[in-house]
Design a protein around this ligand. Sequence first.
Ligand SMILES: [Zn+2]
Length: 149
Amino acid sequence: MESFNLDHTKVAAPYVRLVGVTTGSSGDKVYKYDIRFKQPNKEHMDMPGLHSIEHLMAENIRNHMDNVLDIGPMGCQTGFYLSILNNDSYDDVLEALEKTLQDVMEADEVPACNEVQCGWAANHSLEGAQSIAKDMLDKKDEWQQVFAE
Ligand SMILES: [Zn+2]
């Protein structure tokens, strides 16, 4: 498991890091990113806001980037994994993330926060999601630096 080889005491969140590339038998490539919102073991996202920004990013990121396979939260509540098929552009990821977080800021409801479409529909906070998005956007110039200097 690659992420267990990352020294979480050496990173400087927020950042966007390519974790690895997996090539399938037909030559398709899956690019997996670590999008770290909060400094590991120092900060974390509170669950309702994290849950809502998960829904909002899942809904919106596909409008800004093709071939998104998945964007899902880390159990440590400090970031998300993003998996993309057949696009090796780091800059595309940065641009799509920025636009998606701007969508979060402009949202007036959380998509799919009901008991039919979600497994814990009571556990949401649009305000919390927007606070997370704002903190991330405010530090956009740090996203490309993964490790502390
Ligand atoms: Zn949900």
